[in-house]
Design a protein around this ligand. Structure first.
Ligand code: HEM
Length: 514
């Protein structure tokens, strides 16, 4: 997200912590912890056709072009410096990252040489589809877009860059892609490629909401900007140990919320150090249908459609959280990084401000489980993800808006990083978003009966075709006890492709993998 720099205070060096790990920024790929700068991003899925030729091209030509975390950080300094001397145009920088499926690693390393890694990574995204509630055929195979031959995929190249000139927006990325494919020659076959691009309303996903507002803070990377809490980056952004997202560093202690380092994530192979798992999901968004739903359901419930949307997400389109702005949008809060994340859910024990099932409460319940499960917030912090997605597809066209029906595919190329796909992405999707009982242990005003919060109305899926619902779309704020249920007759998001990848360190690329 572009943070308006005028809103950020100078970082106070006295707020650093000697225990913070030193990240090997020359080893870690740039998209993992910081995120590559991107107007456009080509996701290029490939099969290795000639192993020796691929290894030699990788060693000779590709590795030196891989954008490291150090390079992304230096670019950010450049961008800030350019802004300070009045250059507000965006710097035009390209990036390249690379990852491999488990099958791809075995092709490079030999059968059995990538055993013992995360079980979800080994079995792959297609095997997970049914359990995640993705659309599948009678045999449990995912119904993904034609051409996305997932069995064939050995790796992915992430190519990022600026827009070209008007009418030629994709020229730069297409040229970069051709250059990289030339270097790889016949050693790879392209299985599928597709370009994601930021929307004209920069930073907003297709439903219209500001995205990328809340990300985990990372010790050793994120500057402390909350003098009132040295364990936070921006106010409300808890600092986590980097081992949650990249191998070779301490992770969270499941017994202690943030302060003490926990064990390093298990690394069955030394070459996994400074690498990370990447989850890719191509999620179609049915945008006209979503807005039509907000209108008709808003009318039925006597609720402003914008408020209904905000209660489903947990934030207004501006990014302002309903925990802070429960009834009306407050765009000044939405754009202010010092305020737009500065909240917890525990104090909202009756979902007066934010429905228990709202997308951001389901996917990161913050302190909601304190006193509900034994390790409360500490447990929550072991299921975080670092997101780095980008929208794809055109803006909604007139005919679609008129007919309130999607006629051209669009959505989110969802990407997230973690050190355990099982415990992080899949856990969030299955055990939280899809689980009608989560958030646990909650009640309504004047009642001790437990509430069933329902599905995350944005991404929650069912595995048995049962109806989706969300509890309490109507706000009982500041008082009241009206019961309401939101029926979600159709999904607004449809998974149409997915893949699980390992993003190795530069050293691993230079040695065992090439
Ligand atoms: C097309 C699909 C999706 C849309 C439109 C969407 C939209 C959003 C929006 C608008 C936000 C709030 C702004 C922010 O904090 O960044 C958000 C936050 C978040 N989303 Fe999604 N999302 C989608 C898919 C997913 C998926 C598949 C997951 C993981 C299973 C996920 C996990 C999260 C998390 C962890 C947060 C941050 C919560 C917090 O820290 O407060 N999202 N999403």
């Amino acid at each position: 997200m572009d943070v308006p720099s005028k809103l950020l205070p100078a970082v106070d060096a006295s707020l650093s912590d000697a225990r913070d790990p030193v990240l090997r920024t020359r080893e870690i790929q740039g998209d993992v912890l910081v995120g590559l700068e991107k107007d456009v991003e080509n996701f290029l899925f490939f099969r290795i056709a000639d192993v020796p030729a691929f290894k030699s091209a990788l060693r000779r030509d590709l590795i030196s072009r891989v954008t490291t975390m150090e390079m992304v950080q230096l670019r950010e300094v450049q961008i800030q410096a350019a802004k300070q001397v009045g250059h507000h145009e965006r710097l035009h920088l390209s990036g390249l990252n690379i990852g491999f499926t488990h099958r791809g690693l075995e092709v490079l390393l030999g059968k059995g040489q990538a055993d013992g890694m995360d079980p979800s990574f080994i079995s792959g995204a297609a095997a997970a589809a049914r359990d995640l509630g993705d659309p599948v055929d009678a045999d449990g195979r995912p119904r993904w877009i034609a051409g996305f031959a997932h069995d064939e995929i050995h790796g992915v190249l992430l190519l990022t860059g600026p827009f070209g000139g008007e009418g030629h927006e994709l020229d730069v990325i297409e040229k970069e892609t051709r250059a990289i494919l030339d270097l790889l020659g016949g050693s790879v076959q392209v299985v599928y490629q597709e370009i994601g691009r930021v929307r004209p309303q920069r930073g907003h996903e297709h439903f219209g909401f500001l995205d990328g507002v809340s990300q985990p803070g990372i010790r050793g990377l994120t500057a402390r900007q909350n003098p009132a809490n040295p364990d936070q980056g921006l106010p409300g952004q808890d600092l986590l140990w980097p081992g949650e997202f990249v191998f070779g560093y301490p992770g969270q202690s499941p017994d202690q919320a943030v302060e003490a380092p926990g064990p390093e994530p298990e690394m069955p192979h030394p070459w996994m150090c400074d690498g990370a798992f990447m989850v890719f999901r191509r999620l179609n968004q049915r945008v006209p249908e979503f807005h039509a739903f907000l209108e008709t359901q808003g009318e039925a419930l006597g609720l402003d459609p914008a408020l209904l949307g905000a209660r489903m997400v947990g934030r207004w389109q501006s990014g302002a959280p309903v925990m802070i702005a429960p009834l009306q949008d407050d765009p000044l809060v939405g754009e202010d990084p010092l305020r737009n994340n500065d909240f917890e859910f525990g104090g909202d024990a009756k979902q007066r401000r934010c429905p228990y099932a709202a997308h951001i409460r389901k996917t990161y319940p913050r302190d909601d489980l304190e006193g509900v499960v034994p390790n409360g917030e500490a447990g929550v912090q072991t299921h975080r993800i670092k997101r780095a997605g980008i929208p794809f597809g055109p803006e909604v066209q007139e005919d679609e808006a008129e007919d309130r029906a999607t006629k051209r595919e669009r959505g989110l190329m969802f990407v997230c990083y973690q050190t355990s796909i099982t415990e992080q992405f899949e856990f969030v999707q299955k055990s939280w978003s899809n689980n009608t009982g989560f958030v646990f242990g909650k009640t309504r005003p004047n009642s001790t009966d437990p509430v069933t919060p329902g599905h995350d109305p944005i991404i929650g899926q069912t595995t048995d075709g049962s109806a989706r619902t969300m509890d309490e779309p109507l706000p009982n704020y500041p008082t009241g006890n009206t019961r309401s249920t939101l029926n979600l007759p159709e999904p607004f998001i449809v998974p149409t492709a997915a893949g699980y990848f390992f993003m190795p360190s530069i050293l691993a690329l230079q040695t065992v993998l090439s």
